[in-house]
Design a protein around this ligand. Structure first.
Ligand code: NI
Length: 218
């Protein structure tokens, strides 16, 4: 399951985060990539400083308190966050994220876009799965949460600069199908608590059908 999450920051906070990010010092991002990914990675990452750490701590606090993120990812561990920057000509070619990193198993990856999409060309996150390829370029302050199992890349930036915060989650529920069922149930239960909705029946029916697919034999 891929999920876009918005509403993480109010407009003023978002502008402050972006301005703080733009003022940081950056270095070659290849150092934090695995051996294979390093060959196709050409971006910058903010180097450690009290300002960077404060910015990332603020983002982390908001993300890890967000109800939809918690429901979709069921995080057990979250990696240290990275503030990445792609300037004109920079890109990250097709790769898969490392399975094991910094003491966690990466089940889910996320990218929180900080730059307004109109402020740069290119820079879409392109995620491949067995059926189709999706290009994701979200608004500033929006986050895409996607399976770390996928091959993905960042298209070359051809104008401006793309700032984003990226991180990885080890989930309490390893299987993505099981996570999606639990996510659906969370939402259905929340709808019921809010008085019901037209979407409720469809979602519960989907959940029942998918539980049967997962657990029943004929
Ligand atoms: Ni990646």
């Amino acid at each position: 399951m891929m999920l876009a999450i918005d509403g993480l920051f109010d407009a003023g906070t978002l502008v402050a985060l972006r301005e703080a990010a733009e003022a940081l010092d950056f270095a070659d991002g290849a150092a934090t990539a695995g051996a294979l990914a390093r060959r196709v990675k050409a971006n910058d990452q903010a180097v450690a400083s009290p300002e960077r750490d404060a910015l990332l701590a603020k983002v982390s606090a908001v993300v890890t308190a967000h109800t939809v993120f918690l429901s979709a990812a069921r995080p057990l561990r979250i990696s240290p966050l990275i503030l990445s920057r792609y300037r004109e000509g920079q890109t990250y070619g097709l790769h898969v994220d490392d399975a094991l990193m910094q003491g966690l198993r990466a089940d889910l990856s996320f990218t929180l876009f900080l730059s307004e999409p109109e402020s740069y060309d290119g820079g879409a996150l392109v995620i491949e799965d067995s059926f189709e390829t999706r290009a994701v370029k979200l608004g500033a302050g929006e986050m895409i949460l996607y399976p770390s199992t996928t091959l993905h890349r960042v298209e070359p930036v051809t104008r401006g600069a793309r700032l984003a915060v990226v991180g990885w989650v080890q989930s309490r529920v390893r299987d993505s199908g099981q996570r999606e069922i639990l996510f659906d149930l969370d939402r259905s239960i929340a709808d019921l608590q809010a008085g019901g909705s037209a979407a409720l029946l469809d979602r519960l029916a989907k959940t029942r059908s998918n539980l049967l697919r997962m657990w029943a034999e004929v």
